[in-house]
Design a protein around this ligand. Structure first.
Ligand SMILES: NC(=O)c1ccc[n+]([C@@H]2O[C@H](COP(=O)([O-])OP(=O)(O)OC[C@H]3O[C@@H](n4cnc5c(N)ncnc54)[C@H](OP(=O)(O)O)[C@@H]3O)[C@@H](O)[C@H]2O)c1
Length: 223
């Protein structure tokens, strides 16, 4: 059933909410009565420090912060240039550092990091992605006690294959990929959106400092 939430959550900054998983999260939060404007790479380009600082100055506080942005290409490690390391260091890590330092998340709020299942099962051709996503989660995990004392819950959402532009760009043959997945399908962005909404709307606070692998059973890890 849709309707306004019962707790005090009123505003959300969902980065990368013009498409894909971010869009689905913002749409679901809006259904819960939360002000979650669409934020594309035009509003904040996380690869550009000046853009990140300007965004943080414009949005000094929020109830929900979703750290999300575009992902890097598949690339052979030995072909990755220094400029690419620097670009994705800024895009996937330093941007989130600046936002966490500058954007206050109100007491009782939430921080979600959108990352990848590759942080626990790295792939040789996705090093640019998993290296910085793991760094971001490591930082946020360490900060989760600081945030817990302020009533702010922190959850990492480690995505498996989710049917978005990103997956279509990285995968030549989606049906062939889906045929190899445990559920014989990729995830739907709306499933992530509904998950985030259920946490926020349900006022679930004690689930914090955790990483949720959202991969339809793809991972074989026990813990
Ligand atoms: N889908 C998957 O299977 C999967 C799996 C593991 C991890 N991930 C990661 O999870 C994140 C979300 O995935 P997705 O599939 O929803 O991606 P997506 O469909 O490519 O959407 C990316 C979103 O991020 C925005 N964005 C792109 N570059 C940006 C930048 N430099 N600064 C700020 N925003 C930027 C895009 O805005 P514009 O519309 O302006 O371009 C768009 O709203 C990505 O980092 C992706 O790599 C995805």
């Amino acid at each position: 059933m849709e309707g306004p939430i019962m707790n005090s959550i009123k505003t959300a900054l969902v980065l990368g909410s013009s498409r894909g998983v971010g869009k689905a999260i913002a749409e679901e939060l809006r259904k819960a009565g939360i002000d979650a404007p669409t934020i594309s790479s035009k509003e904040i380009d996380t690869a550009d420090r000046a853009s990140v600082l300007a965004f943080a100055q414009k949005h000094p506080s929020t109830d929900v912060l979703v750290l999300n942005t575009g992902g890097p290409p598949k690339k052979d490690f030995f072909e990755i240039q220094r400029e690419e390391w620097e670009k994705y260091h800024q895009q996937l890590f330093l941007s989130f550092v600046a936002l966490l330092q500058m954007v206050e998340v109100h007491r009782g709020g939430y921080i979600f990091l959108i990352s990848s299942h590759l942080i626990s099962e790295p792939k040789e051709n996705m090093i640019l992605s998993q290296t910085y996503r793991l760094a971001s989660w490591s930082m946020l995990k360490a900060l989760s006690k600081h945030f817990a004392a302020r009533g702010v819950s922190v959850i990492n959402i480690a995505l498996g294959p989710i049917l978005t532009d990103r997956l279509k760009n990285l995968t030549a043959d989606i049906p062939a990929l889906e045929g190899k997945l445990p559920m014989k399908r990729a995830g739907k962005p709306e499933e992530i959106g509904r998950f985030v909404r259920s946490i926020v709307e349900g006022d679930i606070k004690y689930l914090t400092g955790v990483s949720i692998t959202f991969d339809g059973g793809l991972s074989s890890a026990i813990l």
